[in-house]
Design a protein around this ligand. Structure first.
Ligand SMILES: [Zn+2]
Ligand SMILES: [Zn+2]
Length: 254
């Protein structure tokens, strides 16, 4: 492994902050010590065969996790351009800081059982575009649970009419301004809710009831659905109805 490669292996795990310059100086040595300490190796600051082998294993694991999340890359244990781009895309899609470094928040998101829409998923999505779900404040944030979009596609097919997303994701500050609840599933950190409108159906209470009932009765992962005048959860029909959402219907997933 070249020194540059060793520096890449360390940098994108968050241990090395210096330049990828191929010169193994003090910063590289200290970073190696941190890595060795974290992975139970002899802490001598020398990036030898054992450290190299361990770093390859660690990177193979992350490459596998990224691939499992839909960011397909070679599982070769070498952190390079493709791996770094996959990390960045994953971070972008998940509303994280886009630095290409596997840090605490990225690890948490990688370990999460939630599956979010990837760029590839969006390009395969028949009825919906990522832009329809983005927070309207202009922050551009938007990770959306795949299960939500999957449900919406089924619903779209079932009713045979275009579904307009009237409200998708909301970042924390936009949500506050919009008067949303602090644990709203519309939040960009959750990405599990939309308000929708179907012309010729949502305009009447009868039509909105039909949509609420369809959402709750059809989808095992459904959480709440409600609208002006009616609301339902999996377990009861007494969820507070919203009088402020006009003709839109709120739907969300667990
Ligand atoms: Zn926003
Ligand atoms: Zn809503």
């Amino acid at each position: 492994m070249t020194i540059k490669q060793k520096q890449l292996q360390l940098k994108h795990l968050g241990y090395y902050t210096g330049k990828i310059d191929g010169s193994f100086g003090n910063q590289s040595k200290e970073a190696t010590k941190k890595f060795q300490r974290a992975y139970g190796l002899t802490v001598d600051g020398s990036f030898g065969a054992l450290t190299e082998a361990k770093s390859i294993l660690v990177w193979k694991n992350y490459q596998q996790q990224l691939t499992n999340k839909g960011y397909r890359i070679a599982i070769d244990g070498y952190c390079g351009t493709n791996t770094i781009n996959a990390i960045k895309n994953f971070q972008r899609d998940n509303g994280l800081v886009v630095d290409g470094i596997i840090g605490t928040n990225t690890i948490k998101a990688l370990n999460s059982s939630n599956v979010y829409m990837t760029e590839k998923d969006w390009s395969n999505s028949k009825y919906f575009k990522a832009s329809e779900f983005k927070c309207p404040c202009g922050c551009g944030a938007g990770k959306v649970k795949k299960s939500l979009v999957d449900n919406l596609n089924v619903m779209r097919k079932h009713f045979g009419k275009p579904i307009t997303i009237t409200s998708g994701l909301r970042c924390t500050s936009f949500n506050k301004r919009a008067g949303g609840s602090t644990n709203s599933k519309h939040l960009t950190t959750i990405g599990g809710a939309v308000d929708l409108y179907i012309a010729g159906l949502s305009d009447t209470l009868e039509g909105r009831k039909q949509l609420v009932n369809y959402w709750i009765n059809t989808f095992g992962n459904a959480n709440y659905s409600y609208c002006n005048g009616y609301g339902k959860t999996k377990s009861s029909t007494s969820y507070p109805k919203s009088s402020t959402m006009g003709n839109a219907v709120h739907v969300d997933v667990k």
